[in-house]
Design a protein. Sequence first.
Lengths: 371, 369
Amino acid sequence: MASVSLKNVYKRYEGGVLAVSDFTIDIADREFVILVGPSGCGKSTTLRMIAGLEEITEGEIYIGDRLVNDVQPKDRDIAMVFQNYALYPHMTVYDNMAFGLKLRKTPKDEIKRRVTESARILEIEHLLDRKPKALSGGQRQRVALGRAIVRDPKVFLMDEPLSNLDAKLRVQMRVEITKLHQRLQTTFIYVTHDQTEAMTMGTRIVVMKDGFIQQIDNPSNLYRHPVNTFVAGFIGMPPMNFINSTLAIKDGRVTISFNDVTITLPDKYAVPEVMAYDGKEVIMGVRPEALNDESRFVAENSETSFPAHVDVVEMLGAETYLYLTVADVVTLTARVDPTVSHSKVGEVTTLAIDGNRVHLFDKETELVILS
Amino acid sequence: MEDLKQCIREAAGFIDRTAGIIDVDGIILACTDEILEGREDPSARAVWMSEEEIRIVAGRTYLKFSPTEGDNLLCFIEGTDSVARSYAELLSLWFTATLRQHNSEAEREAFLKNVLLENELPGDIPLKAREYKIPYSTPRIVYLIRTDQTEEIDCIEILQNLFPDRQSYHVLAMDEETIVMLADAPRDNPALTDEMAGQILDNLNAESMAKIRIGIGLAANTLKDIAKSYREASLALTVGSIFESDAYVMRYDRLGLGRLIYQLPPTLCHMFLDEVFPKGAFESLDNETLRTIQKFFENNLNGSETSRQLFVHRNTLVYRLDKVQKITGLDLRKFDDAVLFKLASMVRKYLERQEKDALKATGERRRHG
């Protein structure tokens, strides 16, 4: 078990393009940190730099108290799990798990102890004599994890380990890995492009874009208080609605106007940092669940209600997605309760925004003003 | 040696006595009791001096055998009875067969390496292939794996276990840092080539923690053609490392413009660069702008898609492209200018690498001279 610290780490490839820029984070011992972002944002490069598989151009990386910049990957006391991590087809589960230790000339008794212990943790003791082809997809994935666990590393590094699995198995393995982290009580650093995976598994999430850290926070704060439009749009499914609007102060209250619609925000928005945008353009961010078409809700929130054309209604069972347009220009998505929603395709419905859940962003910098 | 140890480990599973193999110096090479390995057997000298094939000394039965010409070993087993003698004879036969098979595999590997390095006469290849039972006309692909790891964790062992079918996959150590995997080409699904490269990369990274780069050649239709596939894989690694420095797998059939630029003489490259970029223009482009350009090209000059992928407003993208035009004189929204910029930035990368390599070579010459 160990903490991991990255201090002002940069990765610059030949040709000058920066893959990772000024990456600084302190990951506590036993923490489960997720690096998430779109393809090419530098998350895998960062993980590989921690592993030592990629040289760093600048900065310092510590595992525990040890500076590991010049330490060989094999000496960093880490274990990695990758997307294409295949099992050895002709070996039993036991041999698959023991193979890495045999390569490292670990004594036989120690190998047996570690494999047995890891199999117990992963609940695959009954599979130790089987060969990979006799295992289900989930069991194979657990064996792949077992190969990393037997090394008893201080830190687990996982690079999109679930990307090759089908949707159902991915959900199952998400839970398995979370449980595994609780059982092992070891530091996990996990890379994914899937924001759902990030939100459900991590104790802390690092959102990256273009090699830069955008925000580091716990899932709840990331969702409720994104620092910019990128984080706000990346985290959450369906993504946040962004509406180009004009902010104005009327009678000491904040109003937002877009395409002939004007809504008045609650008093909590009447603060100096928002008031400074009087008469300026802003981006209003509204989560789909903060939009509602329920009659009672609309009546209670008349100051934030407006009409919208219903383009598509997607019934998902527990919830319904409404895809709407306002004045033929602004497109919105609403997540509503199917038991009370009355909207039908082709009709004009009245919606209201939960005024307390509006996010305001600067139009130029795209940084949050208030959320 | 590993083969003998493997045999003796397996023998330990069904022989209830201590057994092992001793070399001509009396050192125990492999033993069912691992603690004895590497130690000198006190009776071995006397057994070697004797002219008898089988000798019983100090409660052990010793049997001399020669697995290959000029190679002499002793097999010993605890006990002096006839069962011990039978076990010794059986074990020596087993060891002999294993070592001969090992030697034949080594010869087979040497033959394949010679074919790859074009050290075999073309006319001899089909004949020797038949001799080593290697199908001549099977389409194969060369995966050239370059690793920084020269010791400890055996990448070859990992690959041999990952692809255990010795008929379809040949793993060959070319030098300390280079491994070739010669694999049957996937017939129906070319995507399997990438999948296999991904497996090689991820497994070697995870198991040996080695830094790996893989070059892939085109499919060779006959064994004679694998030398060409090897050259292609090698070129893919070289060209890829210049133009795709962040990629771990480089395919010869996907080198793109890099393939052309790599052939250009440096003088011509300098002339072209001077023509396209005003002095210091490229250097003054910041990282954010370079990333924007890269994404803009990846999206075929589609501004909406680029701004969406970069999570920036379209006006921000327009502003950045205007800035590039101001600095370089090239309007990347125009196809001709975009092509010029793309080519020039690749030529620039190529020249930078050449200069770096030249500096490295000079440094090495100074060190050695």
